[in-house]
Ligand binder design. Structure first.
Ligand code: SF4
Length: 413
């Protein structure tokens, strides 16, 4: 690829790069959070297990907060401490452990990839970012870079949401940060900046900085270990970015990395002028009727009917109360009728629509869907024979919570 043009949006001074690496790593050594996967990656002598541990943590951390992940990670590693153990697990077990973590296809793909490592790669993890990305399903450029640098010491950069924010601020990159031009430039910058002797720590430090100091809304610039290298902070304090020797200032409007001329620097936003994102697509609205069928169990307590979702698509393979997507603007009477028909298909006996008791609505936001569950209940008398060929079962409340059910269904209950 041609060398990037000499703008202020990258690091051109080797002495500055050295200083930034040193400051960031010294801060990381002092302030890093104590996280279980970090301890394992630092002390585990078995390289495959190191790679596996970082891989599991990285997949869990996608779209999920660190505080939530810790417990899931510990339980996962206790249950499946090696790739070989995970490869032998059933999808049902994986879904059960993953329940509540969201984006369920991540767990499924992790397990499929573990099976591939065991059956096709002799049980050994690939050792470079390029090979990891190429050979492991579900491992993208970021995850591959994280595993290779943290577990195997490869000097390769990473770019995730935290790194995007930090780098865009350090170098006043104000063009749409999801555009290919910006993402490519950030990868080049991450690869050039990464510390050659401690690449894993450097990458984790950059991400840690974004997660704890250079946060989206109110960054703690006064405590920032790289503040003297930050163009956004300089612009906020002095009205213009740090002067860079031998580098032309970008003319606003014709630079592909500056904020667009239509939305120039806004001094009320300070450093949070960066990064900029194109407007998000509105999530799609969906309505789903769901029915909690309840019977008296053999021990006298209530039991609920749960059924399994198809093995592909949203929430694949998870269990739920019998549910049915509804057309928008359906009248309540019609809603009950279609739900009653749906229940009849599961139960093999007629269900009277007027017996369904409306309970309320539960709203759950998936990444791209604004889902409203219209919740009904139906207490049943006597025995109901389920079709043994259909994926359905009766569970107590305790069994329900231990099953592979989504967070949305727990809200419904
Ligand atoms: Fe982020 Fe502020 Fe540090 Fe710049 S000085 S990198 S804006 S925390």
């Amino acid at each position: 690829a041609p060398a990037p043009p000499p703008t202020r949006h990258h690091f051109s001074d080797p002495a500055e790069v050295e200083a930034l690496r040193g400051n960031l790593l010294a801060w990381y050594d002092r302030c890093k959070r104590d996280l279980p996967w970090r301890a394992l990656a630092a002390t585990e002598p078995d390289a495959d297990r190191r790679g596996y541990a970082v891989w599991v943590s990285e997949i869990m951390l996608q779209q999920t907060q660190v505080a939530t992940v810790i417990d899931y990670y510990n339980r996962w590693m206790q249950k499946w401490p090696t790739l070989q153990a995970l490869a032998q697990a059933s999808l049902e077990e994986v879904n059960e452990l993953w329940a509540g973590l969201g984006y369920y296809s991540r767990g499924k793909r992790l397990q499929e990839a573990a099976r591939k490592v065991v059956s096709e790669l002799g049980g050994h993890m690939p050792r470079t970012a390029e090979a990891l990305q190429k050979l492991l399903p579900g491992v993208g450029r970021y995850t591959a870079g994280a595993i290779a640098s943290i577990s195997y010491g490869q000097a390769t950069g990473v770019v995730d949401g935290n790194v995007i924010r930090v780098l865009c601020r350090l170098r006043c990159i104000g063009a749409d940060s999801s555009s290919l031009a910006v993402i490519d430039r950030l990868w080049d910058m991450a690869n050039a900046l990464v510390d050659r002797s401690r690449p894993g720590d450097f990458n984790q430090a950059l991400m840690e900085l974004g997660a704890t100091v250079c946060v989206p809304k109110a960054p703690l610039c006064g405590e920032c270990p790289v503040k003297q290298h930050c163009q956004a902070r300089c612009r906020k304090l002095f009205g213009k970015p740090i002067p860079v020797p031998d580098v032309e200032d970008c003319g606003v409007g014709d630079c592909p990395l500056c904020p667009p001329a239509t939305e120039p620097w806004d001094s009320s936003l300070g450093v949070t002028n960066f990064p900029r994102k194109a407007a998000k697509k509105q999530p799609r609205a969906m309505r789903t009727a769901t029915c909690v069928l309840e019977r008296r169990g053999c021990r006298g307590g209530p039991e609920y009917l749960i059924v399994q979702r198809p093995s592909s698509g949203l929430l694949a393979g998870l269990w739920e109360f019998p549910s049915l997507p509804l057309a928008q603007d359906l009248q309540e009477k019609k809603e009950r009728e279609v739900l009653a028909d749906h229940l009849q298909a599961w139960m093999g006996q007629p269900v009277a629509a007027k017996g369904l008791q409306f309970i309320g609505e539960v709203i759950h936001i998936f990444s791209h869907i604004h889902q409203t569950y219209v919740v009904y209940s139906l207490p049943l008398e006597g025995n109901v024979t389920l079709d043994p060929a259909s994926p359905s079962r009766w569970v107590t409340e305790e069994e329900f919570h231990a099953s592979a059910v989504s967070t949305a269904m727990k809200k419904v209950l």
